[in-house]
Design a protein around this ligand. Sequence first.
Ligand code: ADP
Length: 338
Amino acid sequence: MKKFFHRMQDGKSVSFIYFLVLAYTIIALIWWGVLLFRQSEQITRFELQNLSLRVDSLAQPVEHQLELQRIAKEDQMRSFKYIGEGITFLGIILIGALFVYRAVWKYMKLSSQQQNFMMAVTHELKSPIAAAKLNLETIRRHRLDEEKQSRLIDNTIRETNRLDQLCNNILLAAQLETHRYQLFKEPLNYSALLEQGIKELGGRIGTHVVNADILPHIWLEGDRLTLQIILSNLVENAVKYAPRNTSISVRLFIADKHLKLQVADEGPGIPKEEWDRIFLKFYRVGNENTRKAKGSGLGLFLTAKIVEQHGGRIEVKNNTPTGACFEITWPQYSVQTA
Ligand code: ADP
């Protein structure tokens, strides 16, 4: 029995049972209609028989005609009633079925995304811990030359940074969702914040070239921590999905009087039909078998949420000749040279 319920939870079985019950209900409704029509025919037949016994049609032709008309009319009225009731019931059943299906489908999708998330997060948490542990044990056990030792230490720092970013994303996503994280907006030098962030990321990323083109002296009202998270999420994604030794460009510029931040890479890009969905919580393109990079599906959800809370807009485009390009448009800014 337990096994049965466990198997029931997979999407295909639930859909199959759902459509089976729906088909049964509709067939039962049609059968009910057929029976009612048969019953109505019987009533009409009995009434006609009864009439032929009661009224002598030759002696009272007018009464006979009137009775016949009444019986035919009642028969017609019954038919209308059954058809009307049948259509109403069918409509109610179909509307109800649609609502139930949508609710169940939503629930199943969320639960499968959460399962994916749990699997991905468990892996994402375990792999940097395992790598850092191995590095530290190697340093303790073996007498390594200084270069090897510093390489291992750098690697450990990179892994712990990855862990730190994942934990920040998970915590912040939960806090933003439940409105427990209040953005602390203050006037800040956005150009300097980006320059500093890119410098730190550049030092950490050994696999890609990060090209920065940041318009100087741009100030805006924003929350320092979350604005840093946006930059690192977009750049880390580019690192994750674009091949090694390709370039990642980070640009801050003004176009049509709007301040824009663009992070573009030379990776595979994102298919157009996924553009809206990648910002959903836990959403990841493809499935567990086709995905190469690990992730939690939280980075872009969080990025879009932070941009929204700052009154901005985020869009994804294609980079030329290949790659993904994320563009954020900020609502207000000022240029302060002094
Ligand atoms: P993840 O933890 O999976 O990276 P994100 O929310 O950051 O979660 O991204 C959602 C999905 O969008 C990813 O699974 C990936 O398929 C796609 N994606 C994000 N950034 C890029 C990029 N720079 N290039 C290609 N695909 C990307």
